[in-house]
Design a protein around this ligand. Structure first.
Ligand SMILES: [Zn+2]
Length: 316
């Protein structure tokens, strides 16, 4: 992410226009609606594993994880091995979903990685938790490690896997590590197009490990108002302030199409995108592990997990 030119275009088109309300969620059918405030800090996942994962995925040996490269292949192996070690199964026979696309004259072979945890109450309804593992690769001899963008989101997928392995969700969950995001959200669009499952919600994480003002933005409740109380009930966790914004309601830029959640939005599927404002190392070779804020990151993953737990209590 993010596509500034596209953003400007969308802001011009959508500013002051009516928000399109995505597929309605009928809360009267929900058996539990919990919006308890977390007043003490505790983590539902292993924070050491989280930091190890982001350090590993943003190390030079993955060569910036550009789609179609050896580095991306290594990242894929690492992600699959983590899912296996945690004990979450693949969505289909294989964890890998192959797809092809073209950008200009260049053809790409790409692979999404998809894991599944079956739900206890609504097994045929799927919440997709996503992050992209590809990044910019090597340019002019410099490795773009993409620690924040988006090794942070992929590492959070493992935290979700750990939690869900021991806490079966009510809805089924797909953990999706998408490819080809930096080349135009290709993995997410391919996934949504090919999905046979009933996808009821997407939680997309892209850049969640640092923030100058401690803000983590939640984008998407403008389109699905039933999701808003959950975000509003989880405003603070530790260092992180969760802020609704960047939805095109003010002159601030509109992030509706800034990352993989756009593929869900375009199919009328409710989504919440979690991400920080662009920072000085955004899409620079300095987006390195050393420059993330480990405390912010751990708290961001937990606050997103807390919102997931409450979304899962709704009948989506
Ligand atoms: Zn990104």
């Amino acid at each position: 992410m993010k596509y500034f030119i596209l953003n400007v275009f969308i802001v011009v088109l959508s500013f002051n226009s009516q928000a399109q309300e995505l597929k309605k969620i009928d809360l009267t059918k929900s058996t539990h609606v919990k919006t308890s405030k977390i007043t003490f800090k505790s983590y539902d996942y292993d924070t050491i594993h989280l930091i190890e994962a982001v350090k590993e995925l943003s190390s030079d040996k993955f060569e910036g994880r550009r789609t179609g490269t050896k580095g991306a292949e290594k990242a894929r192996d690492y992600i699959i091995n983590r899912f296996k070690a945690i004990g979450v199964k693949s969505l289909n026979e294989s964890y890998v979903q192959d797809f092809k696309f073209e950008v200009g004259t260049k053809n790409y072979n790409a692979q999404n990685i998809l894991a599944e945890i079956k739900g206890s109450h609504y097994p045929s309804k799927y919440i997709v938790i996503s992050a992209h593992y590809d990044h910019e690769g090597i340019k002019q001899g410099k490795i773009y490690n993409g620690a924040d963008d988006d090794a942070s989101g992929v590492s959070a997928l493992f935290a979700f896997a750990e939690y869900l392995k021991s806490h079966q969700p009510k809805h089924s969950v797909i953990l999706a590590a998408f490819d080809g995001e930096e080349l135009g959200l290709k993995g997410a669009y391919n996934f949504v197009k090919a999905a046979k499952e009933n996808l009821v919600l997407n939680l997309n994480m892209d850049m969640i490990s640092r923030s100058n003002k401690s803000d983590l933005f939640a984008v998407g409740t403008r389109y699905t108002s039933a999701l808003k109380p959950v975000i509003e009930a989880n405003k603070i966790f530790g260092k992180v302030k969760l802020v609704i914004g960047h939805e095109g309601l003010t002159k601030a830029d509109n992030w509706t199409h800034s990352s993989d959640h756009a593929a869900f939005y375009d199919k009328n599927i409710p989504f919440v995108y979690f991400g920080v404002a662009d920072h000085k190392d955004y899409h620079k070779p300095t987006d390195d592990f050393e420059n993330i804020d480990q405390e912010f990151f751990k708290d961001a993953v937990q606050i997103i997990l807390n919102t997931f737990k409450e979304f899962d209590l709704l009948n989506l």
